[in-house]
Design a protein around this ligand. Structure first.
Ligand SMILES: *Cc1c(COP(=O)(O)O)cnc(C)c1O
Length: 360
């Protein structure tokens, strides 16, 4: 097997090779202390330093104000679907949600267990091929928050701008966190499973405004209260040590790449190449409407399912892995998160042109 192929997987997703190599060494013997990283007590000074360093780098890269906590939680991004309404809603409280895909829909289902939920927009009847403009929905003025998914991983749509509203924003940024600058102070909560753009599976990053920590109803169990984890620096119980450590390495790598602004530029270039290739022929058809196109997940179709299957198989033979679309829409999807190399995108674009010529 070659040392490395191009991994277009939607998540867990490709990581910088330097990060994998460093992690491989540290697992066995961390900083020459004679103990492997994943054997260290989470309360050891070595691991405490790892957690603090990871948090500091996230704060710097995303310019997180001091009035926010950065938490390392478990249970995946999906646990935030219930943890958010469980902590922020309750008897007589309401929130507004934008239904832009599978992950939004799942969050709406959970939120209804805890409050009165308004779904102000849905693109479900066009297979979630777009996200709304600000003038296409109204936020219920009594809402505690407006919930949206900034990048819809499956359908390949993304909010080019964050919704403009006076209501506090809550966002699932699992598949585009750290891919562009964000104005954090418009948000009450931002969360992201690490396995798309930040590291391996196992940790969920939650950025939460401090004043929200006291809103949780008394009936919420200890482990499911944000305040529990905020008060203990995410060390109330054993945190996902290895995942936190890897996220720290990815943050260091991001800094070396020039930070979030530089990433945003690179992401525009990478996605631009792919969309140009899609638009160049009638052979490929992008799933998302142009204004809603994601820079992270490029979902597209070929003229027939048979051609799509052949495309995916031949691509795999050429060293392009993970191009199969999600089972809910089929077709193809190229996930090109921060760590996906630009030259891999260029090579896929060449492959696509060749394939269209042979089969078009
Ligand atoms: C992958 C994904 C999730 C689910 O993440 P888990 O960590 O598997 O629970 C939620 N939201 C978005 C936008 C995703 O891309």
């Amino acid at each position: 097997m070659p040392e490395r192929i191009y991994n277009f997987s939607p998540g867990p997703a490709t990581l910088p090779y330097s990060v994998l190599q460093q992690a491989a060494a540290d697992i066995v013997n961390y900083q020459n202390i004679g103990i492997g990283l994943i054997e260290l007590s989470h309360r050891s000074k070595e691991f405490m330093a790892v957690a603090e360093d990871t948090e500091r780098r996230i704060r710097q890269l995303l310019k997180v104000p001091d009035t926010y906590k950065v938490l390392f939680l478990q249970g995946g991004a999906s646990s935030q679907f219930f943890m958010i309404p469980m902590n922020l809603l309750g008897e007589g409280k309401t929130a507004t949600y934008l239904n832009t895909g599978t992950w939004a829909k799942k969050a709406i289902k959970e939120a209804r267990l805890f409050g009165d939920i308004t779904v102000a927009y849905s693109s479900e009847d066009t297979t979630f091929n777009r996200v709304p403009r600000d003038d296409e929905y109204t936020v219920d003025p009594d809402s505690e928050y407006l919930y949206f998914v900034s990048n819809n991983t499956i359908y390949g749509t993304q909010f080019a701008q964050m919704p403009k509203t006076d209501t506090m924003l809550v966002a699932d940024m699992s598949s585009d966190i750290l891919s562009r600058p964000v104005d954090i102070d418009k948000f009450g909560i931002i969360f992201a499973g690490a396995q798309k753009n930040m590291g391996p599976a196992g940790v969920t990053i939650v950025i939460v405004r401090e004043d929200l920590l006291d809103k949780t109803p008394d009936s919420v169990p200890t482990m499911l209260r944000y305040k529990t984890h905020a008060d203990k620096g995410s060390m109330f119980n054993t945190p996902p040590c290895f995942a936190i450590y890897c996220v720290g390495l990815v943050m260091r790598w991001l800094e070396e790449q020039g930070g979030v602004e530089a990433m945003a530029e690179k992401n525009r270039r990478k996605a631009g190449m792919l969309y140009e290739a899609i638009d160049a022929t009638d052979f490929y058809r992008g799933h998302a409407e142009k204004d809603s196109r994601s820079l992270m997940n490029v979902s597209f179709n070929l003229p027939t399912p048979e051609l799509e299957a052949r495309f995916i198989a031949e691509a795999a033979e050429s060293g392009f892995n993970g191009l199969k679309g999600h089972r809910s829409i089929g077709g193809c999807r190229a996930s090109i998160y921060n760590a996906f190399p630009e030259e891999g995108v260029a090579k896929l674009v060449d492959f696509m042109a060749d394939f269209a010529k042979k089969n078009g």
